[in-house]
Design a binder for this molecule. Structure first.
Ligand SMILES: Nc1nc2c(ncn2[C@@H]2O[C@H](COP(=O)(O)OP(=O)(O)OP(=O)(O)O)[C@@H](O)[C@H]2O)c(=O)[nH]1
Length: 352
């Protein structure tokens, strides 16, 4: 076996050793860059809109540095020159090649999911067009990535609704806490750095529970109950505007939404919109179904259990005060309507 084959096997083994989508994407770019050094490698997510395709940058590799959207959520996608080649590749469902004014070649490879739909594209900018053998190698690696990603997603998703499951939520909260912890430390070490302050993104977690769901099951049967769960899941997903806001099925008729918002009012607005969408929907047979929501900001120095516990406390308040409403845990705390549930309060002060 020659040295190159060993490197390929090593790289494939590395790609398939991660269970995290973002790490997997970085590993894909690292592998492509190692086997086929290029000026610029980018991986885009392709989402199908009503009459066109939307692109968002998932990860890039420039000068051997690999960054994923997970680490830098503000990656810029815009680049008119390459988007034309990308759309041609999506249209053709095949690799496309174009030259640039500064003597580079752009190669765009589509990546297919299990249904044969394009869910991502890989862009390689290089001054040397890869040989046929290299092109087949790149395609093969992209297929390993696509197949493995499909496998990971299967284990992360709930069968009834197709939403992410509870286990995946814990990982997501932990990642956000680590990221928020970094910002928290930055602010302590450089409190006057306005650029760092402005980059801090706020994350909010809402626990959402269908009201009086037992009555729906009792009156209409479990199959209708299941259908309500599926429809509520769809309504919540469509009520979220940002690509990276996520909905999880947390338990039977309980969901969790993790979203980004600049402040509490904006988060409240989004959760209110979800509540209104569900309340306004006409469900088959049952007609109206309502949901209650409790939410909280995911701040550094919390734990996943604290974050969920606080949002849950606000949810119980909503349930106890008439249902079909949204409450913010910190607002309820300020107003003295709930007691603190976390061991360590925001800012690190021990409350009990
Ligand atoms: N159809 C169906 N029912 C489920 C599923 N998971 C849990 N349930 C039922 O959901 C019901 C939840 O009822 P409760 O926790 O008492 O709450 P509720 O009736 O929604 O009342 P409130 O939450 O107080 O508004 C129970 O009867 C569970 O059996 C599921 O996947 N499908």
């Amino acid at each position: 076996m020659n040295h190159n084959s060993i490197r390929i096997i090593d790289n494939l083994a590395e790609i398939t050793s991660y269970h995290d989508r973002h790490v997997l994407e970085k590993s894909l770019l690292k592998t492509i860059n190692e086997l086929f050094p290029a000026k610029d490698i980018r991986l885009f997510r392709v989402s199908e809109q009503s009459d066109n395709h939307d692109l968002s940058l998932l990860a890039y590799c420039v000068n051997d540095v690999i960054v994923s959207s997970d680490e830098n959520p503000r990656l810029v996608t815009e680049d008119k020159g390459i988007s034309e080649t990308i759309f041609q590749a999506i249209e053709a469902g095949d690799v496309q090649l174009s030259s640039t004014e500064n003597g580079l070649w752009n190669l765009v490879y589509p990546a297919f999911d299990a249904h044969g739909d394009i869910f991502a594209v890989l862009l390689i900018s290089t001054d040397l067009v890869p040989s046929n053998g290299d092109q087949r190698l790149i395609y093969g690696i992209l297929r390993v990535y696509s197949n493995y990603l499909a496998l990971i997603e299967k284990t992360q998703k709930d069968k009834l609704t197709g939403l992410y499951n509870r286990e995946t939520l814990d990982n997501e909260i932990t990642k956000i806490l680590v990221r928020q912890g970094r910002h928290f430390n930055d602010q302590i070490t450089s409190p006057n750095d306005s650029r760092r302050r402005s980059f801090a993104v706020k994350y909010w977690l809402g626990v959402i529970d269908i009201d009086n769901f037992k009555t729906i099951n009792d009156n209409f049967g479990h199959l209708y109950g299941d259908e309500v769960i599926i429809l509520v899941a769809r309504l919540m997903t469509s009520g979220l505007i940002r690509d990276d806001d996520l909905v999880y099925r947390y338990g039977g008729e309980e969901f969790v939404v993790v979203l980004k918002a600049a402040n509490e009012d904006d988060a409240m607005h989004t959760f209110e919109r979800i509540r209104e969408m569900v309340a306004a929907h006409k469900f088959p047979q049952i007609n109206q179904v309502t949901i209650s929501i409790g939410f909280v900001e995911i701040v550094a120095q919390s734990s996943p259990a604290d974050v969920i516990g606080e949002a849950d406390e606000a949810l119980y308040y909503a349930k106890g005060n008439g249902r079909n409403q949204v409450h913010s845990y910190s607002r309820l705390l300020q107003e003295g309507k709930v007691k603190s549930v976390s061991k360590v309060a925001h800012g690190g002060v021990e409350l009990f």
